[in-house]
Design a protein around this ligand. Structure first.
Ligand code: HEM
Length: 446
């Protein structure tokens, strides 16, 4: 199979439904790239947007928010500024070829043959080099992208196998031993769930420089913007978390400054979420989201915002004790599903929650009804109380902003997922999704 030449040439629809009139990808990318900062880690400088409280100063008129170009539906192409291909041919295949092959499978009258052919193509690439050794010798920054590449392929093979109706044995054969071993190795080097994770899709996917996606054309652009929007929010959550940690852990810090910074970034996250709610196409969402559902052959949840460890961290820092009294289930779920979260961050939160247990891995006794008290030291409560009424009010504004985010998120989830009846990816069949969406809300029950 020829490697695809350029993804902008594609429309992402089956050939018989191809539309002749499409805008050039360069136009869209220039718009997007001109407004976005380089990578997720550097996305902590979003301008404040006044949405929730009087403490933040709106500067949106002066500098555009990085999320302003998301879901603008101007073009259909994907392009990055800089190639990130840590696994050579294998990374090239994921980035340039995989969406085309997915499209061929989707449009094929014999999808089972196409899926098995895809498995053989991938295994042929794997046989050409010692990818195990290559993976283990990569520096950490490249390793993250390599792991993402591997799990994008594995997930694709399972999802397309299910689409083509392959039985579990044929699906395993399609994935093959070499790829399975490589996937296992990647999870040994960086402990994580053995399926495509939220961390792979949102945090390590080089979305702005060389995105990994499953769809072509307009659906691919929407898929990229969906992931990018999440990535921008993760940047804001990191900044909010940093400000709260400074308040909690540093003596002589200016509490007003810390909480104002936190509020600014929560407002910014709300602004990004508003773009999702108002601008994302429900039809395109349905198209790309199908690739990120639960693994159909393994008992594992799919990548979901539910597994944002930074969201957990901010919630615990700001209102951890109140959350415990209102929704102990929130904490039970985090411990039960801990493997799905980015490990470094969730383990840090666990250390706050069980300060006496160095590794922080055991579920806390205060959660199991052992009589122990919730560890207030995990939160900013004591620091806020030390500084009196005004600072208390400022913290309340932050809590309201977080609540507003959660409420708006619930409406967004209802609009795109639950009301249209699409399968959800980050919840077990026996869980009540409505309850999950509301369990961090302090001021109302659903
Ligand atoms: C159109 C966009 C979105 C839709 C349709 C959506 C949908 C959902 C759904 C259905 C759930 C329930 C669990 C699951 O099945 O995955 C969920 C949970 C969750 N999602 Fe999203 N989501 C969206 C965007 C986001 C964004 C941008 C974030 C930011 C990190 C996020 C964070 C969360 C969190 C934290 C939960 C757990 C519930 C909570 O604590 O509020 N989601 N989402």
């Amino acid at each position: 199979m020829m490697m695809a030449q350029a993804r902008d040439l594609d429309t992402g629809v089956c050939p018989d439904r191809r539309s002749p009139a499409r805008l050039s990808f360069a136009l869209y990318c220039n718009v997007l790239l001109s407004i976005c900062s380089p990578e997720a880690d550097q996305m902590n400088t979003n301008p404040p947007v006044q949405l929730t409280a009087n403490f933040s100063i709106s500067t949106r008129e002066q500098s555009p928010h990085p999320a302003q170009g998301l879901f603008s539906h101007n073009s259909v192409g994907i392009a990055g500024r800089q190639r990130k291909r840590p696994l050579g041919l294998l990374s090239d295949f994921v980035t340039d070829e995989l969406p085309h092959r997915v499209e061929e499978i989707r449009c094929s009258e014999q999808p089972n043959e196409e899926v098995q052919l895809l498995g053989r193509s991938i295994n042929a690439i794997l046989s050409k080099a010692d990818y195990d050794a290559q993976l283990l010798s990569l520096p950490q920054s490249d390793f993250g992208i390599a792991k993402t590449d591997i799990h994008y392929i594995v997930n694709c093979l399972y999802q397309t196998s299910a689409f083509a109706g392959l039985n579990p044995m044929d699906a395993e054969r399609t994935v093959g031993d070499s790829l399975n071993r490589l996937a296992r190795l990647s999870c040994q080097r960086q402990p994580s769930i053995d399926v495509l994770s939220y961390e792979d899709v949102i945090l390590t996917n080089p979305l702005q420089s060389d995105p990994r996606l499953y769809c072509l054309g307009a659906a691919g652009v929407e898929e990229r913007d969906f992931c990018l929007g999440h990535q921008l929010i993760e940047g804001d959550l990191q900044s909010a978390m940093d400000a709260l940690l400074e308040l909690r852990d540093t003596i002589d810090v200016d509490p007003r400054q810390c909480l104002t910074r936190c509020l600014k970034h929560l407002d910014s996250a709300i602004y990004v979420l508003t773009r999702f709610h108002e601008r994302m196409s429900a039809d395109l969402f349905r198209q790309f989201r199908a690739h990120y559902v639960k693994n159909p052959y393994k008992n594992r949840l799919g990548p979901s915002g539910r597994f944002s460890a930074r969201m957990v961290a901010v919630s615990v820092l700001l209102m951890g004790e109140e959350l415990f009294h209102q929704s102990p289930q929130f904490y039970r779920d985090i411990y039960r599903l801990s493997d799905h979260y980015p490990q470094a961050c969730i383990r840090e939160v666990f250390r706050w929650l069980v300060p006496d247990n160095g590794s922080g891995e055991l579920a806390p006794t205060w959660l199991e009804g052992g009589g122990a008290a919730f560890p207030r030291s995990a939160t900013v409560s004591s620091a806020v109380e030390r500084h009196g009424y005004e600072i208390g009010k400022l913290r309340a504004s932050c809590v309201r902003a977080l609540d507003q985010f959660t409420r708006m998120h619930r409406n967004t989830a209802l609009k795109y997922t639950i009301e249209p009846g699409h399968s959800v990816s980050g919840a077990e069949a026996e869980e009540c999704v409505e309850a999950i969406l509301c369990q961090r809300l302090l001021t109302a029950r659903y």
